[in-house]
Design a protein around this ligand. Structure first.
Ligand SMILES: [Zn+2]
Length: 186
């Protein structure tokens, strides 16, 4: 066993197994402008609040096998979008409350993906938790953003071409998983 001195948990390089074994918690917040892909998915002109997130590690004992490694993630944000009813800017609240089970490698994740109820990710000692926060927010964005109540009445747009575009651009969850490969050593 390696000894670990004063574990701290850098969210960009998280040792997931150690984090889970310690039942550790992490939380943070950052302005939306810090999240490059969220900025790309957002409309300029509104002042969004900071993205707030928290993560909790957990191990679950298994009979006849190693402990399962889990990570629970909660994220709260409001993303500047264009309301598809009135076509004016809208701050759309997006909440994430997800749990992930980490498996040893990508082959295991792919083999288990069909039967597992939970989202599977690949264990890493330098897992980028902030990237997961961003991925989950993008996945949780509504396909058709709408104000709860539009500020001004406007004519209805019948066939809305934005709808199909939004559907096509939405990444499949498994596409996100494939992004978790361990970086090649060069
Ligand atoms: Zn609206």
């Amino acid at each position: 066993m390696e000894s670990q001195i004063a574990p701290s948990w850098p969210p960009e390089r998280l040792d997931v197994r150690a984090f889970a074994r310690a039942s550790a918690q992490l939380q943070g917040e950052a302005p939306l402008a810090d999240w490059e892909r969220l900025v790309e998915e957002s409309q300029a002109g509104l002042q969004p609040p900071a993205v707030r997130w928290s993560a909790q590690g957990e191990t679950r004992a298994q009979t006849g096998g190693p402990d399962q490694v889990w990570l629970h993630l909660q994220v709260s944000a409001a993303l500047p979008q264009v309301c598809q009813r009135c076509l004016s800017p809208a701050l759309i609240p997006v909440e994430v409350d997800s749990s992930f089970r980490f498996v040893p490698d990508e082959a295991t994740a792919m083999a288990l993906d069909d039967e597992a109820q939970e989202d599977l990710l690949v264990l890493s000692r330098d897992f980028n938790l902030l990237e997961l926060v961003e991925d989950e927010l993008i996945l949780a964005m509504p396909l058709v953003p709408l104000h709860d109540t539009c500020p001004a009445p406007l004519p209805m747009s019948a066939a809305d071409p934005q709808f199909e575009t939004a559907t096509e651009q939405r990444p499949h969850p498994f596409a996100a998983l494939a992004g978790w490969k361990v970086p090649k050593s060069s």
